[in-house]
Design a protein around this ligand. Structure first.
Ligand code: APR
Length: 326
């Protein structure tokens, strides 16, 4: 076959839209471009800001040795034809704000963002990052009408990375050698699975005593709060951006990585009609498979407790949301 520079196949550069150009969104845009994965459209409601960030990232291209375009905009029309849309737009909890206030404020933002983005990128795979993550993913799924294998939430990769980090620090080993998986919802009720954690294939239960493992698990549960407390203003964004980037990469490069993501369940793990963190194979078509692990009774119970809490928050969000939009 002869080479044709005008062939659409040869020219197509994957495109990722990141809605919300705050700390997580802008760091994610940087990671995607500097890993040479895709062109990036950075969209925010604040005027000028995403264009400034995009220009700043573009000016680093010669130094970082990539040629990806980064566009900053306030206009969804510019996100057109994206392969992946990531939603990070939203508020962190502010003083005086109740949990319900935050739920409604972020629900409105995520629903608006998802509804607008899908119009311009009907073939995209959506990743939701805004908290409370499991609830926001459900609302975005409803708003877009996407098949459930094309929308997911990011949390498990981050929670797993935190547990892996604490195991590596405790043992003094390279973090790359540690593998762990955290299921469930993103919050205090997450379900770390130390039974399945290994250091290059060696179960951590052979290397650490039960009390130490429990301490590391508790630190993982408290991972986000520990950072908020130290930073005082704002919350974690480097590791959340890296974790989202891993998912984007597995999708764009069709890597079929097995990653814990908030996925829509239809009977798996005995759960129905809910987005919650479970191991999934991620490839070019999105969630290729939800993998059902053999959980012991305690792990399964913990996952069901998470699901009940997510369901409660979802019902609450839908109730308040319906009242304010009526
Ligand atoms: N449309 C687009 N962008 C919006 C909208 C909207 N309707 N509303 C708010 N934003 C933007 C804000 O202008 C801000 O730039 O979302 C961005 C949020 O950025 P940050 O406040 O820096 O928050 P960040 O730390 O990036 O966290 C974003 O990710 O991990 C989660 O809990 C975190 O829900 C939070 C989200």
């Amino acid at each position: 076959m002869s080479y044709s520079p005008s062939s659409p196949k040869m020219c197509h550069s994957p495109r990722v839209t990141v809605v919300g150009a705050g700390k997580v969104g802008s760091t994610l845009a940087q990671r995607i471009a500097e890993k040479n994965l895709a062109d990036v459209v950075l969209l925010d409601i604040v005027e000028g800001m995403p264009r400034g960030l995009a220009l700043d990232l573009m000016e680093a291209r010669g130094i970082e040795l990539h040629n990806r375009r980064i566009i900053g905009t306030n206009d969804y029309a510019e996100t057109s034809g994206s392969d992946v849309v990531v939603i990070t737009a939203g508020f962190p909890r502010k003083p005086g704000m109740t949990r319900d206030d935050l739920l409604v404020a972020n629900a409105k933002i995520v629903v608006e963002a998802a509804s607008k983005a899908i119009v311009y990128s009907p073939e995209a795979i959506f990743i939701i990052v805004t908290n409370p993550l499991d609830v926001m993913t459900y609302l975005a799924w409803q708003a877009t009408g996407l098949p459930s294998d094309r929308i997911m939430g990011m949390a498990g990769v981050l929670d797993s990375a935190r547990l892996e980090t604490f195991i590596a620090m405790e043992l003094g080993v390279c973090p790359q050698d540690v593998n762990a998986m955290v299921l469930g919802s993103h919050g205090d009720l997450m379900v770390p699975l130390p039974r399945y954690a290994t250091v290059n294939g060696v179960p951590i239960t052979e290397l650490l005593d039960a009390a130490t493992i429990e301490r590391l698990v508790q630190r993982t549960r408290n991972g986000g709060a520990e950072i908020v407390q130290l930073m005082q203003t704002g919350s974690a964004f480097f590791a959340p951006a890296s974790s989202t980037c891993v998912m984007v990469e597995s999708i764009l490069l069709n890597q079929s990585r097995l990653l814990p993501v908030a996925a829509y369940l239809q009977g798996e793990y005995g759960l129905n009609d809910i987005f919650i963190g479970v191991p999934c194979r991620l490839g070019r078509s999105g969630i290729e498979k939800v993998v059902e692990l053999n959980l012991c009774d305690a792990e399964r119970d913990a996952l069901h407790i998470c699901a009940r809490e997510v369901r409660k928050n979802l019902d609450r969000a839908q109730e308040i949301f319906a009242a304010v939009t009526r």
